[in-house]
Design a binder for this molecule. Structure first.
Ligand SMILES: [Zn+2]
Length: 396
């Protein structure tokens, strides 16, 4: 019998016998989530060009919303009055919110990181300073009411070589985690995930994991990757973290969404992913395929009366041609919608295929076929060969 006071139950329902991949079912307050899962990113409580009812029809089980945007508009007061973001945006499935820190770093002029929090220069005319503390981040995320909320972390870019600074960020992130847990008002309905930091230093990643697993939390995130480091460094850090983190809780790799990364990192044992890429690239006319991506603005598609992908069952592929999209793809909002729907359907289909193959015991063969499709000349990048060979898949 499920404990109704646990806002996250994670059951592993299948494990790959070759790799570290597994299929799980995560039960959250707003329903089940099948893992490995890709979570698309909505801003201002919406996925650009898609309605919540369309997302439900596509069987999307969880999406991400940005705390920074929601904290600014509509703001925590409106969200509280509305009874939380689920009600406000008419989405009765699961939501995950970030801490707001990363968005602030990318959108505002970063003034200073202190023990108290992250200080920014506001971009309005008064140029006043804004402080995001762990407590403030949780206060906004409590008002939003997402099923999974993220701790505020001290993020150092992977391209920063200063180990002393990175070590400080690891320990500060743990201290901020404790402040977040203390400030959290809804532990029975919202899960806080800690974020493992340490950039590209294995010893610091170990420290970060060993501290975070002492806390009473229901899942973990791997942060600070996918920010300009080499692919070789990227997969090694993911692999170390999935080795060290407990197997009975979901592992979320932040900011990763390219198809090839989803396949490799699922093999390395990651359960959850998010990225703006599939929906953002749609707005530039890019459609995702199992063999890579195509830009529908190109002249070569002007007379191409095939669907984007003949194997895709999404509404766009069933009803529209590449030629139709070619003429309107970046000009009309309807085209933005059509392409966003396809790219989202692509991500969902890829993850469903990964899960089915893990459960059927054919994941290894699936990965080999997927890579052969993507690299028909078999000129596999070395990072893909190396990462897969650590989990016993050889590409020949
Ligand atoms: Zn499609």
């Amino acid at each position: 019998m499920a404990n109704t006071k646990t806002p996250l139950i994670f059951e592993i329902i299948g494990e790959c016998k070759t790799t570290k991949a597994r299929v799980g079912r995560m039960t959250l307050p707003h329903g089940p989530v099948d893992t490995p899962v890709f979570m698309p990113v909505g801003t201002q409580g919406t996925l650009k060009g898609m309605l919540p009812e369309q997302l439900k029809a596509m069987n999307l089980q969880i999406m991400l919303s940005n705390t920074y945007h929601l904290g600014t508009r509509p703001g925590p007061e409106v969200l509280k009055k509305a009874g939380g973001l689920h009600k406000f945006m008419n989405w009765d499935r699961n939501l995950l919110t970030d801490s707001g820190g990363f968005q602030m770093v990318s959108l505002l002029k970063l003034a200073e990181i202190t023990e108290e929090g992250v200080k920014f220069q506001s971009l309005n005319e008064h140029k006043n300073e804004v402080m995001l503390t762990p407590e403030h981040s949780i206060e906004i995320q409590n008002a939003i009411g997402a099923d999974i909320i993220m701790q505020l972390d001290d993020v150092v870019k992977t391209t920063v070589p200063d180990k002393e600074r990175i070590e400080e960020s690891v320990h500060r992130t743990t201290r901020w985690l404790d402040r977040c847990i203390k400030a959290h008002e809804n532990p029975e309905t919202q899960n806080i995930f800690p974020i493992v930091q340490g950039t590209l230093f294995e010893d610091l990643r170990r420290i970060s994991v060993s501290e975070h697993i002492k806390r009473d939390v229901n899942g973990f995130a791997i942060g600070g990757l996918s920010g300009g480091e080499s692919k070789d460094d990227f997969w090694k850090m993911v692999n170390i973290c999935t080795d060290l983190l407990p197997k009975n809780k979901p592992i979320y790799l932040m900011g990763v969404g390219f198809a090839v990364d989803l396949v490799v990192c699922s093999a390395l044992g990651v359960d959850m992913f998010d990225c703006v890429f599939p929906t953002r690239t749609a707005r530039f006319g890019c459609a995702l395929l199992m063999t890579g991506q195509i830009n529908l603005r190109k002249k070569e598609y002007a007379m191409d009366f095939n669907p984007i992908d003949k194997d895709c069952t999404c509404n766009t592929c069933r009803n529209y041609t590449r030629a139709y999209l070619n003429g309107i793809v970046t000009d009309l909002t309807v085209a933005c919608h059509l392409l966003t729907e396809h790219n989202l359907a692509f991500q969902l289909r890829l993850m469903r295929t990964i899960r089915e193959n893990i459960l059927n015991g054919t994941f290894k063969e699936f990965v080999q076929d997927f890579m052969a499709n993507l690299y028909p000349d078999k000129d596999y990048p070395s990072w893909i060969q190396d990462s897969l060979s650590t989990v016993n898949i050889n590409l020949t």
